[in-house]
Every structure is written in C-alpha cells, then in structure tokens.
Design a protein around this ligand. Sequence first.
Ligand code: FES
Length: 112
Amino acid sequence: MITVRFVTPGPNGPIDDREVQVPADGRSLMKAAVDAGIDGIAADCGGSLTCATCHVFIPEPWQQQLPPPSADEDTMLDYTAEERRPNSRLSCQIRLVPALDGLTVELPARQY
Ligand code: FES
C-alpha cells in the first residue's frame, strides 16, 4: 500500500485534504480515488479515455515521476471542464506503483 494525498484547493486554502492508503498494484489513480470515495473525480467513462472527467493536477516533484501523457491522453486533456494546465493529467491513465508513495494530487474545482 502507498499513501496518496488528495487536495481540493479553495480561495482561502484547501477546502479538503485527505490522505488515503491505496494498493500500488498498477491500478489507476482514478480507480483508487473512486474506491476511496474521493468526490472530485467523476470518471464517467470508467477509464476508457473518452470523458476527461477524471482530470487532476500533479504538483512537482511528482509530475517528474510520471511517464508523460500518451498522445490520446494529451488530446483528451483539451476537453477538461476546468482549463488545462501544464501539470494536468487524466487520473485513469496514471498507474499506481510503489515509487509513487506520498503522491500528492490536486483536484480541479469541477469536472463538468
Ligand atoms: S475516466 Fe474517462 S477519461 Fe479518465
């Protein structure tokens, strides 16, 4: 198991900040978040890379730890509800492995 921290930023600091223990067995960050009851990830398509409602922001230094987005993920990132940033990712495409212990994930204000 690894620890992943989900932060929902607000205008006056985080409005939610949760650490959850998740298996590092290659499952997606999206699945781990949904299983942990993280509200900020909708994941309407269930991970088939067609909805862009699993949008997250990955702060440094974690962004460097991840493989870059595939061409398909990069294309879908143009359809996120909250405007895409340089550190935007689709959480269904991020595989959880032991090296990501301590990963911090920022959630967008909206997925629709
Ligand atoms: S769950 Fe739909 S694109 Fe990630």
